[in-house]
Ligand binder design. Structure first.
Ligand SMILES: Nc1nc2c(ncn2[C@@H]2O[C@H](COP(=O)(O)OP(=O)(O)OP(=O)(O)O)[C@@H](O)[C@H]2O)c(=O)[nH]1
Ligand SMILES: [Mg+2]
Length: 373
């Protein structure tokens, strides 16, 4: 396994998440440098910290230095030159994970687009440096090569975007089809590693990959389940993470867009997280859902991993997230199956409320309501 030195914040949750990302990308973290501030102009870290890092890197000889924030191209260049090693910032790291995980044609395209955007930012910086007459540094290439390089990226981006647009249209058609057939659609959403796939497997009898590694799921899987004797569609989705640049969310837009059109969203929350992590991740999820234009009424707040917590701890955390008054809250364990029936009941009620006429009719005809598969 390749070795990494990790530069991150002086906080336990930041360290854990960054380590998780490194491991998901296939790096073993052999040393951690913690800083309480990470946005220093020239190297991202202070001169003192840089010296310390140089010393350690000479001893350990890591394959890569991971910087748990977004670095400007010039900062990345400065740092890599000083250390004579590859430097990977948070964006680059997440891109590596996405690249290794993408399996469907669409997710591969989405990752490609994100990578090209990442390159584009760097190409722009090269153009800027070339324009002010500075040696672009990176590869010591001149204005002409920079232009060629820039235009090439632009061109490739257009090609990928066109293909993605086609995939998006295909999705739209599927969506309309589902609507015509009267299917209720349910999507699982939540921070990466919250347990979406585990819950998906539990409710559908599927055996999709679940793992403690971050970003196990990158493409959407949809399955049919029966609610009130009617088929509904439930979809597993890509997880959220904080400090992700807008363009990356944008690249995954057509996948995430499903959340905008879905009838019900099961927001999976890992209740076993520390208070700090819990609040941070919750805020990050709510922000992303809001940006996608999801209505709050559609959300079922599902506090997962209840098997790891005592009841009063769960109650306390529910209060922390301001969810006590909300009737669409349920704590479950996707592992043991505890309270999954409760969750299904909430889904049932929402469906009945969303289609009052249909279900009144069923009642009159004496159809018994049942949820099962
Ligand atoms: N104890 C416990 N562990 C759980 C529960 N649900 C999920 N897990 C574990 O949490 C980890 C993450 O689960 P996943 O289902 O892969 O999470 P995800 O939200 O799909 O994650 P990504 O696809 O990576 O975004 C796995 O190791 C699961 O076994 C639960 O109810 N209790
Ligand atoms: Mg998953």
């Amino acid at each position: 396994m390749d070795k990494a030195i990790l530069i991150t914040y002086d906080k336990e949750d930041a360290v854990n998440e960054a380590k998780g990302l490194c491991e998901a990308a296939g790096y073993e973290v052999v040393h951690i440098i913690q800083q309480n501030y990470l946005q220093k102009p020239k190297y991202g870290i202070s001169g003192g910290a840089l010296e310390q890092l140089q010393e350690i890197a000479n001893k350990i000889r890591p394959d890569v230095i991971v910087y748990d924030e977004i670095l400007k191209p010039s900062q990345n260049y400065n740092l890599a030159t000083e250390l004579q090693r590859e430097v990977l910032d948070r964006e680059g790291l997440i891109l590596e994970i996405f690249e290794s995980r993408a399996s469907s044609a669409e997710s591969k395209l989405q990752v490609k687009l994100a990578q090209l955007r990442y390159e584009m930012v760097r190409a722009k910086e090269k153009v800027r440096l070339a324009n002010i007459g500075e040696q672009p540094g990176f590869m010591g290439i001149g204005q002409f090569e920079v232009d060629v390089y820039y235009n090439d990226i632009k061109h490739r981006m257009q090609t990928v975007k066109k293909k993605l647009m086609k995939a998006g249209k295909q999705r739209e058609l599927h969506r309309q089809g589902r609507k015509r057939m009267g299917f209720t659609t349910i999507s699982l959403a939540g921070y990466t590693s919250a347990g979406k796939t585990t819950l998906f497997n539990k409710t559908t009898g599927e055996t999709k990959n679940e793992s403690k590694e971050l970003f196990t799921t990158l493409s959407t899987t949809t399955r049919r389940i029966i609610i009130n004797q009617e088929p509904a569609l439930i979809a597993d989705t890509v997880g959220f993470i904080s400090k992700l640049p807008a363009y990356m969310i944008d690249a995954f837009k057509s996948t995430l867009e499903e959340l905008t059109y879905t009838d019900i969203i099961i927001l999976v929350i890992d209740i076993s997280d520390s208070q700090l992590e819990l609040r941070k991740k919750f805020a990050s999820c709510m922000r992303t859902l809001d940006e996608l234009g999801v209505k709050k009424e559609k959300i079922i707040f599902t506090l997962n991993k209840s098997d790891l917590m005592k009841k009063d701890q769960i109650d306390y955390k529910m209060e922390l997230l301001n969810l006590t008054e909300n009737e669409k809250v349920v704590s479950v364990s996707s592992k043991t199956g505890e309270n999954i029936q409760e969750l299904k009941k909430i889904i049932e009620n929402i469906i009945i409320n969303q289609n009052p006429y249909k279900y009144k009719k069923n009642e009159r005809e004496g159809v018994t309501k049942r949820f099962g598969n």
